[in-house]
Design a protein around this ligand. Structure first.
Ligand SMILES: Nc1ncnc2c1ncn2[C@@H]1O[C@H](COP(=O)(O)OP(=O)(O)OP(=O)(O)O)[C@@H](O)[C@H]1O
Ligand SMILES: [Mg+2]
Length: 447
């Protein structure tokens, strides 16, 4: 390895790669350059010096969701998409972990040391990382890597995985777009790693392309096909204590004439700014929030540090609640409840249940569609509830075909955006994906 280092010299000093494609490309490149070294030696060199050392093979495995270094002398844990949490036989020494943390910090233009022993950052491939130094994690420095999915989950994936039903997807499509009149304000809630951000991202595909989207996150995770999209990222305090918070960014975003505001993880004073925006007519805000139920959501929103007055809550149209559960030995993410806020009565926030999981079958069932939001939409658009329901059915049929044919992110984007311009053309486009027999059998769309 020393020999390779001597040959390539300092040229790769600032290179840092974490995804399989870039790692393999770099191995080829260096091998070609130095000629005589074996590819295996170059691989070791790249893993050790230009990537994440012993963690690199995990980075190259698309089946993993998370990689976790938990402390000195303890095994690295991984979270597999299907099998869930697993212990590995890989161990990292404290100085190895520290070196990796420093490499990640440097890549992010940040410093981690005993004075600021916590780090939230991003890897070159977009993965989200959290690191803690042993000053605050006495069993040793830790790393938690939420691996970036090359292809973010789409509404089609969510339907295919059974996270949501085509019917709910159609309802949310209508709500996100709001028939160009009243896009809904939506909160996606759930526990840790329940899939909140992924659902937010998948639903954002329904935002019409002519709208200006601004997203705000601590670490960029949202990934959209839309061109007119400005992602903003917070900045943690520097050595002088200067920082850019979610609230700073949200206030700034409101001065940027946004049509859509997407907030990844509301948890502090930005909640009040967000609800003030919703209450002053900013529609179509979508955000995630860490809570296990609608009740808990409202109680978190209305207490410290979010401090949203109860009277402001009804500007929120709906809550989509998600969880992860084990079903037949396999991990599954499911939306288990969708509620709309129907108003307040004294100190109580009133809600209607729109969809609810059937505890026996695990399936999501429709409880009520024509609640406050649909009635509001109907009065604003002069469409009867029956007409809106026909629209809902049409979108549901489109989504079913999209799911059956497993359309990818760009194709979904194309169909959805075309649908806004011309439903007929979108249907024609989709018909290219299905056979004539299928078209007839379904009879399949009444436009
Ligand atoms: N519906 C789903 N089906 C299967 N896997 C999913 C689903 N949604 C998300 N995932 C996977 O689960 C992991 C966590 O997803 P995500 O980041 O969206 O969750 P989160 O609730 O936002 O997490 P956090 O609480 O850390 O912010 C990711 O690896 C993601 O790819
Ligand atoms: Mg998240």
């Amino acid at each position: 390895m020393q020999r390779i280092h001597e040959k390539v010299g300092e040229r790769y000093r600032n290179v840092f790669v974490t995804d399989a494609e870039s790692i393999n490309r770099l191995i080829q490149e260096i091998s070609a350059e130095i000629g005589d070294a074996s590819q295996e030696a170059v691989r070791c060199y790249v893993y050790e010096h230009l990537s994440l050392g012993k963690l690199t093979p995990f980075m190259m495995d698309d089946n993993l969701e998370e990689i976790m270094v938990v402390g000195q002398g303890l095994p690295v844990y991984i979270f597999d998409r299907i099998a869930g949490m697993k212990e590995t036989d890989i161990f990292l020494e404290e100085d190895e972990v520290k070196r990796l943390i420093q490499r990640i910090a440097r890549y992010n233009g940040r410093e981690v040391d005993s004075r600021s022993p916590l780090l939230d950052a991003r890897l070159p491939d977009g993965s989200r990382v959290n690191a803690t130094l042993h000053e605050v994690s006495p069993r040793g420095s830790t790393l938690t890597i939420r691996k970036f999915r090359r292809e973010p989950l789409t509404i089609v994936d969510l339907i295919r995985f059974g996270t949501i039903t085509p019917r709910l997807a159609a309802y949310l499509w209508l709500a996100v777009e709001g028939l160009r009149t009243k896009p809904a304000n939506i909160l996606i809630i759930g526990g840790t790693a329940s899939g909140k951000t992924s659902t937010l991202n998948a639903l954002s595909a329904f935002v019409p392309e002519n709208e200006r989207i601004i997203s705000i996150e601590d670490v960029l995770e949202i990934s959209l096909v839309h061109k007119h999209w400005i992602p903003l990222e917070t900045r943690p305090p520097d050595s002088e204590g200067n920082e850019i918070t979610m609230d700073d960014l949200l206030k700034n975003a409101l001065r940027m004439r946004p049509d859509r505001i997407l907030v990844g993880e509301v948890r502090g004073e930005e909640a009040l700014t967000l609800f003030t925006a919703m209450n002053t007519g900013h529609d179509g805000c979508m955000a995630t929030l860490h809570a296990n139920s609608a009740k808990e959501t409202i109680s978190r929103l209305t207490s410290h540090p979010m401090n949203v007055p109860r009277i402001m809550i009804p500007a929120l149209d709906m809550i989509v609640a998600q969880k992860r559960q084990i079903e037949g030995g396999r991990l599954k993410r499911r939306v288990f409840e969708v509620l709309e806020i129907s108003g307040t009565e004294g100190d109580n926030v009133l809600t209607n249940t729109l969809f609810k999981q059937n505890p026996k079958t695990g399936g999501l069932e429709e409880v009520l569609i024509n609640g406050r939001y649909m009635q509001h939409l109907s009065s604003l658009t002069n469409l009867s509830l029956k007409e809106i329901d026909a629209e809902l059915k049409r979108r549901e049929a489109l989504l079913e075909v999209m799911a059956r044919k497993n359309l990818k992110m760009k194709e979904i984007h194309e169909v959805v955006q075309l649908y806004y311009r011309s439903p007929e053309m979108a249907v024609e486009m989709l018909e290219r994906y299905i056979t004539e027999a299928e078209t007839k059998k379904k009879g399949w769309l009444d436009l």
